[in-house]
Ligand binder design. Structure first.
Ligand code: FUB
Length: 359
């Protein structure tokens, strides 16, 4: 039996995460039993770290663009050697995914040397801002911004990174007139090389500067953007994540501590901070009463995917909530990922129903 792709993907999304489902790779017409709960959204190139937004009545997705590379794999993630961004859109969940082509290239970012990692985007007064991490000429991650009149770009990069930013994985949380930039990530993300937001000389590896197991874990950062959207309005503040007893999550608590991929959304008056736990491969979340926190750990959003990294976004579209994430279904290789989406459920008590990416 053959169905149009649109119908099959829409049915799978509507079925939620608790039902065993068939996975259809976009572009195939046959229904193929699969160990994966959801299907890749894009097949023609490798995509990862999907930051999704509802812009102009459509869903726009801002992912990393994974490529094959000769760069040797190391613990700092050098093999994630991305050189440009593509922007994708869909009119509705389960609809056709449009690749809008190259939105920004490494060679067009004057201050950057390598590794265009996970980006995000925001809209203000009809202009679109792409926030992206890259290593500068000294091989230190900074966060840049590029501007366009269209959500899909092309984007023009500012000549310098955003002053006061460091590390990687930017995500923008808009609330009314305010736009908050979240960022940070340990190991390859270099956050552990900073004390009090100052780079400490001599720290080089993935664990140099990581606190001892019984100490407070490193946390992501947040800062309000100023009216230009190209600069911070304030010094970044640490987003404190507490356990249920009110103690900061400890560095040795690898199943709950912050690793990378911070994302914020608001539901029913509560702020949700979700993030990847890195080497334990979960997407987890904590809730708080305002964007600056503190946040209290609540549970898992997503179980481990196939592939080492786990990175997501959460977006509301036409009254429903969606999780965007990636795995390595198409390649079987950690640095060659593909983006996916799933419907996300907030339970009546405010908890999030955990999604399992594997059947
Ligand atoms: O895609 C490169 C890096 O891998 C991202 O910045 C991290 O979040 C991880 O997904």
């Amino acid at each position: 039996m053959k169905f149009p792709i649109r119908f099959l993907v829409a049915s799978m999304l509507a079925a939620g995460c608790s039902q065993p489902q068939k996975s259809i790779v976009a572009g195939d017409l046959e229904s193929v039993p699969s160990k994966f709960t959801h299907s890749p959204l894009v097949k023609g190139l490798y995509t990862a770290d999907p930051s999704a937004h509802a812009f102009e009545g459509n869903i726009y997705i801002y992912p990393s663009h994974d490529i094959e590379t000769e760069v040797e794999e190391d613990e700092m993630g050098s093999h994630f050697d991305m050189k440009d961004y593509h922007v994708f859109s869909m009119e509705e969940p389960g609809g056709e995914v449009t690749d809008h082509g190259i939105a920004l290239k490494l060679e067009d970012v004057p201050w950057a040397s390598r590794q265009l990692w996970a980006p995000d985007a925001a809209e203000k007064d009809g202009k679109y801002y792409l926030y992206f991490p890259a290593k500068d000429k000294a091989d230190i991650f900074k966060i840049g911004v590029a501007v366009s009149d269209r959500p899909e770009g092309p984007f023009t990069a500012e000549p310098e990174p955003i002053p006061g930013t460091f590390s990687m994985d930017p995500a923008v949380f808009p609330e009314g007139e305010d736009y908050f930039l979240l960022f940070g990530g340990i190991w390859g993300g270099q956050l552990q090389w900073y004390d009090d937001q100052e780079l400490v000389e001599g720290r080089k590896g993935p664990t140099d500067g990581i606190p001892a197991d019984e100490e407070k874990a490193l946390m992501p950062y947040i800062a309000k953007l100023d009216g230009s959207m190209k600069a911070l309005a304030e010094k970044p503040r640490e987003l404190l994540i507490l356990d249920q007893s009110g103690d900061p999550i400890k560095a040795g608590d690898h199943a709950r501590r912050f690793f990378e991929a911070a994302w914020m959304h608001k539901f029913d008056g509560k702020y949700y901070l979700s993030y990847s736990t890195g080497d334990t491969h979960f997407i987890v979340y904590a809730t708080g009463d305002n964007p600056y926190g503190p946040f209290t750990y609540q549970g898992k959003v997503l179980e481990p995917v196939e592939g080492w990294t786990n990175h997501h976004s959460i977006v509301e579209f036409e009254g429903k909530w969606y999780l965007f994430y990636h795995d390595t279904e198409l390649s079987g290789k950690t640095p060659l990922r593909n983006i996916k989406m799933a419907e996300l459920t907030h339970m009546p008590d405010g908890t999030i129903r955990t999604i399992n990416p594997m059947n």
